[in-house]
Design a protein around this ligand. Sequence first.
Ligand code: F0G
Length: 463
Amino acid sequence: MAIKTIIEPFRIKAVEPIRMTTRAERLAKIREASYNVFRLHADDVLIDLLTDSGTGAMSSNQWAAVMRGDESYAGSPSFYRFEESAKRLFPFKHIIPTHQGRAAERILFSVTCEPGQIVPNNTHFDTTRANIAYRGATALDLPCAESRDIAEPHPFKGNMDVGALEATLEREGPEKVPLVMMTITNNSGGGQPVSMANVRAVSDICRRGGIPFYIDACRFAENAYFIKLREPGFENKSVAEIARVLMSYADGCTMSAKKDGLANIGGFLATNDEELARQEKDLLILTEGYPTYGGLAGRDLEAIAVGLDEVVHEDYLQYRIVSTEYLGKHISREGVPIVQPPGGHAIYIDASAFLPHLKPLQYPGIALAVEFYVEAGIRGVEIGSVMFGQVDPETGAETPAEKELLRLAIPRRVYTQSHVDYAVEAIIEVWKRREQIGGYRLTYQAPFLRHFTARFEPLAART
Ligand code: F0G
């Protein structure tokens, strides 16, 4: 009989110590940080689940490639290795390196978007939304109906509502929509995948309307693996093949190599459009760098080139998806409400259902982030009204987000199963004392992306 236990498909060659802290120390630290976990010093955190972005462990092959990095200003061989590796999975004509995903977004929206236009997406991530807003355009989320029910599992809850897209294009006219985007996997919607059928349907609509279709490809390998597991017809295809088919439906993509590039920094913008690529490279030179490095060192390009090869290995992806699911299963079994099914890179706890006595504008996601940190030094991130609530610039009145979530994102190849077991135990401890957890009020906020720097105060004194 085959062994059923799924192990981390790697050995550990270098280790980083975790600095242990006491509960009293953590209480003092979070108070100093004005109850915003972004303001903590990372060495005061035991298990850092703030993000899976740029926090992964590189392989020995990636570190070896780093040494090969060629730092020539123009035409570095590292760029050509990066480009070749990227084109194996993203067969677009132009691959333009950028320092990370949001730089690709800024350049794309700068050359395609005019004030007053609308960019539909299944669900925009915060940087995408902010970069569109910065151009004076509107980021429109069109998630599928299944995504609204947090507790209901559905294989492709990341999908776009195709009917709503058609209705939007009919209402607004194609000239008002410079491009349509799809985020795979749908990060803000719970790390849920998008099906190939949905990508194809959106692509067809865009092609009929003459509208460019772009993919936000940050977690393309996790999405492709979910397609292999869940969508009939793909079970015998390799993840690399599935990724290529996904991309073939698009006119270009934005990519943060800090996620499924298995690198600590980097990204790219890809397009098949000659004229657009020329404009994008001009802008790149202005703010990022020459088109064969785009704000990255040659060594970063090498790390990404190897990372893109490694991320589509199926033993890696099996471990990745199963270990995220393990966290979700073990906490939901004890009653902790999560977005079902577990996402690819993260578990999203339903903070409103966890703390039903708190109103959205008492920020239940912030309350949970604080409790997980105080309980066990675990750092998660609120994805709720602080991140996505709307503030009226004139009156200051706040409209809450649709959902109040707390995301626990798993860095790639960093934590072992015992770290996850520790997190499970801590989350269950907080769950047991949920009725005593109070809400928060904002005492400071910035006009854009306020969640990074906001300050809070507990509504009632906390111990
Ligand atoms: N698109 C998605 C879907 C993302 O999740 C992110 C980053 C970006 C674009 C921007 O990429 O950080 O390289 O500039 N998400 C991180 C997160 C920050 O924690 O989910 P970037």
